[in-house]
Design a protein around this ligand. Structure first.
Ligand code: 8HG
Length: 315
């Protein structure tokens, strides 16, 4: 557990002596798209139909606009507060090269986000840059999410599937999703049809039905390798996007998403420049095992923040 206890006030919860919890490391390490840094250094974000503000104050982390019930129902898990990140950092730092990235992103925590939101978010992430991904998700939420007011500003929840299933590909494209519109539409349809079928046939024998393979709950409940495989049954999801979804919303920590930054980091620290993404993934998973996802996050943050560039160093 990475905190001592909590103190509850009218409109906020104070997490006392929070360890391994640095706001820029958590919110700017690439795993989430709905958190924005404020001029005073705190972050305001939207998740699970709530808007909260997170502030660091000495050793404590303050969750504003948060009740004690929401802390225990949502945020304690969302922020992965029951995990001791020192154990992970000690283990990963046995590798001297990775230790550099761990020292740099020492306050990273992997958030436990909502599978439906993260599935669509990472379909949007394919061949896209993070500021643009954030903008597109914000547009979608502003159009079809629920408005919520905080400190005189309006924030929007990520839309419910029942609302998104009525949205056309053209309307999605108007939000800036580009060529991914058809993938999002198709994925929303499949998940919706699947949920509906399961709800209506709760007591029936379901094995033979093709549609139930799109059940995010059972995908999340499957083994890491099966989860990686099954996510790729959706259109617009390849190995890299599947790795991101399973790591950031399904607690599959052997995932090792290899994007351009992780590729550069792996080449910079371990491998030759001409290795394929698949080989880099296999190498990473063999090396870091059950902690691959965490290792990947320290590497991604290090590479992106330091703008590391392999070509210029190796040539
Ligand atoms: O946390 C992330 N890890 C990896 N490996 N890739 C990521 C993360 N976050 C994120 O947005 N990406 C992808 O990297 C999406 C996009 O293709 C690119 C943005 O730098």
């Amino acid at each position: 557990m990475d905190f001592k206890n909590i103190e509850v006030f009218e409109d906020r919860v104070v997490i006392k002596e929070a360890k391994n919890f640095e706001l820029p490391h958590v919110f700017d390490c690439g795993q989430c798209f709905r958190w924005d840094r404020q001029p005073n250094g705190s972050y305001i974000g939207v998740a699970f139909n709530r808007v909260i503000e997170v502030e660091k104050s000495g050793e404590d982390v303050i969750l504003h606009n948060c009740s004690e019930k929401d802390f225990y129902d949502i945020w304690i898990e969302y922020f992965d507060l029951n995990r001791n990140y020192n154990d992970i950092k000690v283990e990963l730092s046995k590798d001297e090269l990775l230790g550099k990235s761990v020292d740099f992103g020492y306050g990273i925590r992997i958030l436990k986000q909502d599978p439906f939101e993260i599935t669509l978010s990472f379909i949007i992430s394919a061949n896209n840059r993070i500021p643009m991904i954030k903008r597109v998700i914000k547009n979608i939420s502003m159009k079809w999410g629920k408005p919520m007011e905080y400190k005189g500003q309006v924030y929007y929840s990520f839309p419910k599937i029942e609302v998104l299933k009525e949205v056309s590909q053209e309307d999605l494209e108007a939000c800036g999703v580009g060529f991914r519109g058809k993938y999002i539409k198709d994925t929303v349809d499949k998940i919706y049809q699947c949920n509906k079928y399961i709800e209506e046939n709760a007591h029936a024998v379901q094995e033979e039905k093709e549609i139930i393979k799109y059940d995010l709950k059972s995908i999340k409940a499957s083994s890491d390798d099966e989860c990686h495989c099954r996510l790729q049954d959706f259109s617009g999801i390849g190995p890299k996007v599947a790795d991101c979804i399973m790591l950031f919303s399904m607690q599959k920590y052997s995932a090792f998403p290899v994007d351009v930054w992780v590729k550069r980091a792996m080449q910079h620290f371990y491998l030759a420049p001409d290795v394929s993404l698949k080989k880099i993934r296999d190498f990473g998973r063999n090396k870091f095992g059950e902690l691959s996802g965490f290792a990947q996050q320290y590497l991604f943050y290090y590479a992106r923040e330091n703008n590391i560039n392999v070509e210029s160093e190796t040539k």
